[in-house]
Design a protein around this ligand. Structure first.
Ligand code: AMP
Ligand code: MN
Ligand code: MN
Ligand code: MN
Length: 282
């Protein structure tokens, strides 16, 4: 059976492996088809593609776009995108600019809380192109303000904590549009993580489909209760969305999420790859 992992990160966003190391690890873990989906940028794709060349791994060019819908931050994964598409790249650049402004604000807030130098500190961990909360988390751990990245998120970087700044990301319709304009498939990433009621999730799906989205990430790498997978499969099927699966791998240190280690997709689902078989030479 072909092993698909359609959601992963490299140092081009907030992952900790280079794109080539990510590809090597995916091969070691038995992944046949890997999508590199860095946050708001595609800078890792060329290296990943080169690393996958002459191996048995098929590399899918992907991205994970930050969007805001109904006041909630949601993530839209795009697969099989043309990374040279101008509209997509302009959109992604605008998200990275928002990230810089947000990072400055996070640093100001942390300074008020008695932690100076966080902007430069976070930048040290980031590639030149994308600055995210994980980079702040690494800085805060390094300086002894928390014992782990998960601990930083709990104590500093979420709502009602000293370093929290709400991001104002792309409109859902724009995020989807950038992906589809670049020839890609748009997928709602890790839907359970938004903690929405089923009713709200259905409303999100309606708006997402109106914008041209076609996929729903039913299977994710974090420990998912089988009931959650069933529920997400039902939502996808009811809405006639293709189902996707991805580990959302970020780093080997985070040992509860591994590349390719995914629960099986329920048989009732229509896998997203049935929508892109022509693009892959499997
Ligand atoms: P950002 O897009 O910069 O707001 O950061 C979002 C990223 O932070 C996610 O993609 C994860 O990589 C990471 N993240 C979010 N929540 C947590 C958490 N509780 N523990 C560890 N990493 C997290
Ligand atoms: Mn991330
Ligand atoms: Mn995400
Ligand atoms: Mn992700």
């Amino acid at each position: 059976m072909i092993c698909y992992d359609l959601h992963s990160h490299s140092i081009a966003s907030d992952g900790s492996l280079s794109p080539s190391d990510l590809v090597s690890r995916a091969i070691e873990q038995g992944v046949d088809v890997l999508a590199l989906t860095d946050h708001d940028g595609t800078e890792g794709i060329i290296e990943a593609r080169a690393a996958a060349k002459n191996t048995l791994l098929s590399l899918i060019s992907g991205v994970e776009v930050s969007a805001t819908w109904g006041g909630t931050t949601i993530h839209i994964v795009g697969l099989n995108i043309d990374i040279d598409n101008l509209k997509l790249q302009q959109g992604l650049k605008s998200m990275r600019d928002i990230r810089v402004g947000r990072a400055e604000e996070i640093a100001r807030k942390l300074e008020k809380a008695g932690i100076p130098g966080a902007f430069e500190g976070a930048q040290k961990y980031a590639s030149e192109i994308m600055l995210g909360r994980v980079h702040f988390a690494k800085f805060l751990v390094e300086h002894g303000h928390a014992k782990s990245i998960a601990d930083v998120f709990k104590r500093y970087l979420v709502r009602n904590k000293p370093g929290y700044v709400a991001g104002h990301w792309a409109d859902l319709a724009d995020a989807v549009n950038w992906i589809t304009s670049a020839g890609g498939q748009a997928i709602i990433a890790h839907p359970a993580r938004y903690k929405m009621t089923a009713t709200k999730l259905r409303r999100l799906i309606t708006d997402f489909k109106t914008a041209g989205g076609i996929g729903f990430e039913v299977v994710s790498g974090r420990q998912q209760h089988p009931e959650e997978i069933k529920k997400l499969a039902r939502l996808a099927n009811d809405a006639e969305l293709f189902a996707s699966c991805g580990s959302d791998f970020h780093s080997p240190e985070n040992n509860w999420v591994e590349l390719g280690r995914l629960s099986q997709m329920p048989e009732s689902c229509t896998p997203i790859w049935t929508s892109f078989t022509e693009q892959l030479s499997l």
